[in-house]
Design a protein around this ligand. Structure first.
Ligand code: B4P
Length: 213
């Protein structure tokens, strides 16, 4: 979890292009958090969920949390500069030989460009973007269901959920083209049981990794 936003540490360059750095992508409620939990266990990846880091800071009433809450509760994105600094700090503090799973980051083209720079400075790169594809009606159903128990303000109101989809379509979905142009985008059917979807994700990772070897 993020503890400190000091960005003055030098990036170390003991990592390598053999790391598996996966972006897990998809609209709100697509199952990014659910599938990340399973993928980190199987591939020993370090998990960064920007949403979880924001929620941790909101709970602990840090300056970052107070700032982020104003955006998240309305269904808006936290500004790029704040999010990018947080991610850079996290990567620097968690360099490892296996790789990272970026869950809910990047969410804008500016974030995608920054992630490329952060990883380049650590001598590695994004391996692939796995995009969970789920119908909007199913997403609303999942989020409203979670909102009954999670206490998440952004899941409790259908208008806020629809705002999040609008933001996703306008600001986040262009990243699909951004990574397609780099041959890193892989669409994965995100409906069905959690285990079925997990199998599809693992197959996609292994196919992409063996194409690289
Ligand atoms: P996130 O925390 O990333 O959350 P999310 O998009 O709502 O959910 P996710 O896709 O992880 O769904 P989950 O597995 O939980 O973002 C929250 C907010 O933080 C954003 O709106 C934004 O304001 C801010 N933020 C985060 N990152 C940012 C960034 N980079 N830049 C700026 N702002 C940022 O699944 C949802 C539900 O579905 C769960 O209840 C789960 O149990 C259920 N589910 C999962 N898989 C299922 C399946 N196969 N079948 C049935 N139900 C399933």
């Amino acid at each position: 979890m993020l503890k400190n936003l000091n960005n003055n540490l030098p990036l170390q360059s003991n990592t390598s292009k053999s790391m598996l750095n996966v972006i897990l992508f998809g609209p709100p409620g697509a199952g990014k958090g659910t599938q990340s939990a399973k993928l980190i266990e199987k591939y020993k990846l370090t998990h960064l969920s920007t949403g979880d880091v924001f929620r941790y800071n909101i709970k602990n009433e840090t300056d970052l949390g107070v700032l982020a809450k104003g955006f998240i509760d309305k269904g808006a994105l936290v500004p790029d500069e704040v999010t990018n600094n947080m991610v850079k700090d996290f990567v620097k503090r968690n360099l490892n030989e296996y790789g990272f799973i970026f869950d809910g980051y990047p969410r804008t083209i500016a974030q995608g460009e920054e992630l490329a720079k952060i990883l380049e400075e650590t001598n590695t790169e994004v391996s692939m973007m796995l995009a969970l594809e789920v119908d909007e009606d199913e997403l609303v159903k999942r989020l409203l269901e979670r909102g009954k128990t999670s206490g998440r303000v952004d899941d409790q109101n259908e208008d806020t959920i629809r705002t999040r989809f609008k933001v996703y379509k306008e600001e986040t979905s262009p990243l699909a083209t951004f990574y397609s142009a780099k041959y890193k985008y892989i669409g994965v059917h995100g409906m069905g049981s959690v285990d079925e979807i997990f199998d599809r994700l693992c197959n996609a990772i292994e196919a992409k990794q063996s194409a690289k070897d």
